[in-house]
Design a protein around this ligand. Sequence first.
Ligand SMILES: Cc1ncc(COP(=O)(O)O)c(C=O)c1O
Length: 752
Amino acid sequence: MQTSSSTDAYGLFSGMDISPQILEAVQKMDTETPPRRMKSSSSLRKHTSRRTPRYPGHLTTTANSSAEDVSTTSDSDRDHDYQTDFTTPATSDIYPEDMQPDDVEDFRDREYPQLKGKTYMDHGGTTLYAKSLVEEFSADLIANLYGNPHSASTPSAIAGHRIDAIRERTLRFFNADPADFDLIFTANATASIKLVIDCFKDHAATSNTPVWYGYHRDAHTSLVGVREATKMHRCFTSDEEVDVWINSGGLGGPRARQIGLFAYPGQSNMTGRRLPLSWPGRIRKSFHKAVTYTLLDAAALATTCPLDLSDPATAPDFVALSFYKIFGFPNIGALIVRKDSAHVLESRKYFGGGTVEMVISINDTWHAKKETSLHDRLEDGTLPFHSIFALDHAMNVHERLYGPNPMKFISHHTAQLGKQLYDSLSGLYHANGTPVCRIYKDEAAVYGDPTMQGATIAFNVQKSDGSLIGFEEVEEAADHRAIYVRSGSLCNPGGVATYLGWSPAEMKAAYASGHRCSNPTQIMLGKATGVVRVSLGAMSTAGDVQILVRFLEDTYVETAVPRLARSSSLPMLNTSAGVIATYQSRQASSAIPPLSSESSTDLNGRDRMWDSSDAPALPTMSPMSPTVDGEKIRAFIPADYVKRRKPWEEEMRKQATTFNYGIPGDLKMREGEDGGSVTKASTPSFRARKFGRSVVNLLKSNRSNVNINFADQRTQQDPMPAPPSSSYAETTTSKRSLERNNFKHNLDSLGL
Ligand SMILES: Cc1ncc(COP(=O)(O)O)c(C=O)c1O
């Protein structure tokens, strides 16, 4: 480890203690040396045994450390680009090329001590950072003086040059040639997506070519939200629909004199299904009427899959991702832009500090944007430069831990574990043959095949009678065993609708009755409103999978239920897109029994209906039979609800026009209609109230057969807002108060 006090080409750093690697970076950028490939030193790849510890145990860095102590490289590392391998031994046995999944066990305790005694299975939320990443990063910051890259001082110039070098290295991490791609650092994948649509909007306004936006049903909320930027949008509900659209040359897409943007996730963050990466190339080739750009949301995909942008002809125009999902740290993201498509982003109107050469603000409104590069024009304000340095360390550590092609190893490793997990979960049965897990998976997806499926599994736990256990309850129970998974609707509205079988009307009704993503009613209308998601990552092990499976087995498998004949199977859940919500059941039963309302985290009492040896072969669990005003009511049928609410809405519309008490006359509430089409006077609370009323209306008009399957399993936290007080309210006091009383009464009887 040593530093250099030598002079660079301009004498800029003369006399300073500068790490040779940084100095080299600066010189390299200044002399416009063509970028070098990432570390390829074969000498470094020679290693002895995979099982030998690869790193010195630990780095001792104190606050007083000199640059000498923590220099970012050694002489032997001089041929590395910006390596800061503080924990790398000089005579290295690193970079094993034949990493095996078992090898993760070797370094996990040392590199991920935060995992001690814990089973972390939410890598889709974030994966974990290695200890040596944090050590290297902190040593770097302690040893080196970095200034704001926008300043001109030497520490600032170093920071600026280092950022450029890391930008280039990051592109190469994705096999993207900097000649063909640019990389804009952002806060996260969402910010990258937002940057794209903001630029498209400005482009549309400047060139008078309106934006058409298409997105896939598996899209994360951050992609779905883009549709609010334009009136012309379409949700593709299946891969086949996309294929048909592409094969037709874009029929049903943007028209002439429009500009198209098609966005989709490389991997569903809900089910882990991987979507075709061939779409961008095919779209580029076959659409002639209107240019349609492609935006790949690689946030979930890139966590455990190598993203290969080596062919600009078939690569997406824009790729959004978050680095914390790949390396655990730093918390920054990027937008990778194909340079041939960069012009669409050039029309952005906003400029921030650092993106302009000159601005006149008094008595004129002139400004000149930076001409150097796209990223210079789009990266507003000071970059998170320390975090970008951490990214450099993250890539080093990744290579050191997971081999010279880390993502390839991680992909293979997690695919194997994913298969093991899937096989284990789908092999859990209650004593009567009912599967313990309803796994939501695409028919075509094959666990173990990384081209089709990532190492993520979405499922719900069910009892032996087929009734669901709340996903939050499962998450909490797991949490008590120090197993960390994720549950809920996962910001994947299309996935929830598709795999859990929710129609728009039902979702709106669920919202009206108090269900919120942030505060969910776990099961409504006999259906789950979310899932349990288990997602594996680079440092997951077979032991993690076993711990989870053991937990599910211990907690939920009912062993004392009558074993049923195994001749027939439960019906497939008939979901809207024909995908399976898998019931690979061995149970004989004609229908999914109704929802059980009892809390089921603790299943100790679960056998009370089943225990007796003379129990019927099939459970005869009675549906909940609530009463309103003492009358028994029949089960709620969603279609009835939708039908019945229409006349009421019509009535509301008329009343709104007559009394004009603030309800927009053109409020659209038809099923399937764009939820964004309400006028600006319509607030969320108003819409919730409106739907709440429609529930009331249904309850009123159907008093003897009120639905009760809005089975809220938790206390209602979000009561419906009171009706507006207005002149209208005064003129209809008795009707409104009656309605209010009824509503309250009905909510009470529903236990809401
Ligand atoms: C597929 C997908 N897209 C987008 C996002 C949003 O990422 P971020 O929150 O980092 O912006 C996520 C986050 O989980 C995701 O999985």
